[in-house]
Design a protein. Structure first.
Length: 204
């Protein structure tokens, strides 16, 4: 492949004369300049008056945590068991109920579930209640114990006294629900908050 030779000065002069006497086959297109878009100016924020702003003036001084509630006694979201039993509708004779809650009625039978596992306590309660119905008892005493409270509460809610909290549930579900008329916390002479009166329906 041969190299392209550079034109001599006399040849360059002749070429310019020839090129100047010719016309372009494709004349150059005139490009119209596009109008420049004016950029919208960002709004200039108004100068804030010196000193405190209105929001700052409306903000009252406070101390971090001043409205926080004190530490509660536990994680239980339900009212205490004693309150729930006390608020339960009265299904038995009012006069008899008053004598019972004051410890004036002597239970005809009693069972102590304290120290048992949940499964064993449930089975023992079932057998005891069915015997009480067969013996035509009306008032029995169920002792669950108050429950041992751990030294520190952890982040996971844990009920204290599992048998005490399970008892109302067991008595309100079949087959015991059909024979139980009223459940209430026992008088302190019969165990207080660690025991419960269970008043049975009349055996017909």
């Amino acid at each position: 492949m041969s190299r392209r030779r550079k034109l001599r000065p006399d040849e360059k002069e002749l070429w310019d004369k020839v090129a100047g006497s010719t016309e372009r086959m494709h004349p150059e297109k005139r490009v119209l300049a596009r109008p420049e878009k004016k950029l919208a100016k960002a709004p200039v924020p108004e100068a804030q008056p010196k000193g405190r702003t209105e929001a700052e003036r409306a903000l009252q001084p406070f101390r971090l945590g001043e409205k926080a509630r004190g530490r509660s006694g536990g994680h239980d979201v339900l009212p205490p068991l004693h309150d729930r039993l006390h608020q339960a509708p009265l299904r038995m004779d009012k006069k008899t109920h008053g004598r019972m809650t004051r410890g004036k009625l002597a239970p005809e039978a009693r069972i102590d579930l304290h120290g048992m596992t949940v499964d064993r306590a449930h089975q023992a309660l079932m057998a005891f209640m069915l015997r009480a119905v067969q013996n035509e008892h009306r008032l029995v005493l169920v002792i669950t114990g108050k429950g041992r409270r751990p030294e520190e509460d952890g982040p996971i809610p844990v009920r204290h006294g599992i048998l005490k909290h399970q008892l109302p549930h067991w008595l309100s579900t079949p087959p015991l629900a059909q024979i139980v008329l009223q459940v209430t916390a026992a008088h302190r002479s019969h165990g207080g908050t660690g025991a419960f009166y269970v008043y049975l329906r009349r055996n017909r």
